[in-house]
Design a protein around this ligand. Structure first.
Ligand code: HEC
Length: 74
């Protein structure tokens, strides 16, 4: 039930400026922190709650996994 990250952030996580930020190569720690703050709504600058809805469905383990994955993309 989670929309594919690549649908908005691009197949290789390159993003689509200026709406969809690049994820590829980003520090895993940074990505994980952003997902956790979207999840708690501490970060709420995403249009139409796009990221808050998605992050709300992710577990800590899923956040770590996806953050590690994105960090490895080039
Ligand atoms: C419906 C489109 C959409 C989907 C699907 C989506 N995102 Fe996003 N994401 C966005 C938008 C838009 C932003 C930028 C919000 C802002 O700061 O304006 C964003 C921001 C982010 C950020 C913060 C980036 C930064 O540099 O601060 C992360 C991390 C992120 N998304 C991860 C993910 C992951 C992981 C997935 C898959 C589980 C995902 N996104 C799926 C639209 C999407």
């Amino acid at each position: 039930g989670i929309p594919a990250c690549a649908g908005c952030h691009g197949p290789a996580g390159a993003g689509l400026p200026a709406q969809y930020p690049r994820l590829a190569g980003q520090y895993a720690e940074y990505t994980a922190t952003q997902l956790k703050t979207f999840r708690t709504h501490e970060r709420a600058n995403d249009p139409e709650k796009m990221m808050r809805v998605i992050a709300g469905k992710l577990s800590d383990a899923q956040i770590s996994a996806v953050a590690e994955y994105a960090a490895g993309l080039r």
